[in-house]
Design a protein around this ligand. Structure first.
Ligand code: GDP
Ligand code: IMO
Ligand code: MG
Length: 434
């Protein structure tokens, strides 16, 4: 009954969607366990690009997919996403998708709160999807759950309880007057609730039963380790916990049932929004990587900040998540650069540290220490992929292999696959992946 967590090792957008799509054939269930439609997971299949914000990436292959209790759901976005899939002859009915009855619902006021907070001088650079405010409501026991959404009586009770206070405080503090009325909100959400009623499930029971029957379960992380609300670069983090331990807690299963954890590591680093990014490249090289890597947010279209790979951040993730191995993505994007730098330590005043500095005082002073490797030129990446069983990894340019081997040696973690393009098949497998 193997259950595997695949999660991001950096600041998100590592290519998790592509990896989950690629490997999910080996699994019976694919589960999103945290975050919401702040995520944007891309899978490119031929000429079609699928962007998943809420749907687990297993839906493209028609896998049974669950949105577990720790996810926050904007039903307006979920409906749009399902409609997009139906338009591509991939119906996502209740046979394919289940939504845990405990999942919290993003209400119109949550997006208004997010926008209002971000309009001040202290910005996080959020995706503006209401993620922080909905998790606040959840923690404050002031939230609307999926079980409320699908029941008009419970929905009205929740609206009567929560709407007036949000409407009043938004107006008084931030001058928001455009919040849709209680009646309009009820009408819109009631219709959505009716539509989604057949999708209601108990993901905790369904996953547990699947594991008891020796089925394989894949947990798809959203956001990433350095955006973890507890262990990331607080306060420039998201409001959920992407780390692997939370897969069990948020999906509602016994933590001992998680048997494997795999990291998705971009060959360089990116970050969207504010917050520390010590290896950031703000020069022409950064711009080149952004263009070549198409580093523009899947959810908001914002240009992503770009920088060198940080092995201390990988070490932090390994400490928290206990990686069994890693998938390196976007190696092709580094082609044509003469010298590649990798951060292996930090100088903080007179002290050299080999861990990623997350304490505010440290991170402000930390100067990255880089090791430099020879770059590699363009290669026929497709050719290398088509040959993956026989030659695959060996078909990579010598210095590209050396770069991967350097990461492997320094981190002590096996590289399970190397992705060399956005396409579904543009991946080289390395070693055995269970
Ligand atoms: P996720 O949030 O971790 O699923 O990642 P995103 O989908 O937000 O961002 C990854 C982007 O890189 C997407 O546009 C992918 O299509 C693309 N991508 C994934 N793997 C590779 C790769 O190996 N090479 C290139 N050039 N692009 C890739
Ligand atoms: P995927 O799953 C990259 C970032 C935002 C912002 C911070 C807080 O596609 O990797 P939030 O809206 O969550 O309150 O914003 O987190 N962020 C992401 N960055 N990829 C993501 O998801 C992200 N989800 C949130 O840019 O800095
Ligand atoms: Mg993304």
């Amino acid at each position: 009954m193997p259950s595997t967590v695949i999660l991001g090792a950096q600041w998100g957008d590592e290519g998790k969607g592509k990896l989950v799509d690629y490997f999910c054939d080996r699994f019976d269930l694919v589960v999103r366990y945290q975050g919401g439609n702040n995520a944007g997971h891309t899978v490119q299949v031929g000429d079609t690009t699928y962007k998943m914000h809420l749907l687990p990436s297993g839906v493209i292959r028609g896998k049974r997919s669950l949105i577990a209790s720790g996810v926050v759901v904007d039903p307006r976005v979920l409906k749009e996403e399902i409609d997009f899939f139906s338009g591509h002859r991939l119906p996502v009915g209740p046979d394919v998708l289940g939504v845990d009855f405990r999942a919290h619902i993003i209400m119109p006021w949550h997006t208004y709160w997010d926008a209002a907070r971000e309009s001040g001088t202290h910005k996080i650079g959020t995706t503006g999807r209401g993620i922080g405010p909905v998790y606040e409501s959840k923690a404050a026991r002031f939230g609307v759950r999926f079980e409320d959404l699908v029941n008009p009586h419970l929905l009205m009770t929740a609206l009567e309880r929560y709407y007036p206070i949000h409407a009043r405080t938004l107006k008084e503090i931030f001058g928001v007057t455009k919040l849709p009325s209680l009646e309009a909100t009820f009408k819109q959400y009631c219709t959505l609730g009716e539509h989604f009623k057949p999708y209601l499930c108990d993901a905790s029971i369904e996953i547990d039963e699947a594991l008891q029957r020796d089925k394989n379960v894949l947990f798809e992380g959203a956001q990433a380790t350095l955006l973890d609300n507890n262990f990331g670069t607080y306060p420039y983090v998201t409001s959920s916990q992407p780390i692997a331990a939370n897969a069990a807690a948020s999906a509602g299963i016994n933590p001992r049932l998680i048997t494997r954890v795999e990291a998705v590591v971009k060959a360089y680093a990116t970050r969207v929004g504010e917050g520390p990014f010590p290896t950031e490249l703000t020069d022409a090289l950064g711009e080149r990587l952004r263009k070549r890597g198409n580093e523009y947010g899947t959810t908001t279209g914002r240009p992503r900040r770009v920088g060198w790979l940080d092995l201390t951040a990988l070490e932090l993730g390994n400490r928290l998540n206990g990686y069994d191995g890693m998938h390196i993505t976007k190696l092709d994007v580094l082609a044509g650069i003469n010298e590649l730098k990798v951060c292996t330590a930090y100088q903080v005043g007179s002290k050299r540290i080999t861990y990623f500095p997350t304490q505010r005082e440290q991170v402000e002073k930390a100067v990255p220490v880089f090791e430099t490797l020879d770059g590699f030129g363009e290669a026929d990446w497709d050719d290398a992929c088509h040959d993956s069983k026989a030659r695959g990894f060996d078909a990579l340019p010598k210095n590209a292999r050396k770069y991967v081997e350097f990461i492997e040696k320094k981190s002590g973690l096996p590289v399970l696959s190397v992705s060399v393009g956005p396409g579904r098949e543009q991946i080289l497998l390395r070693g055995a992946t269970p």
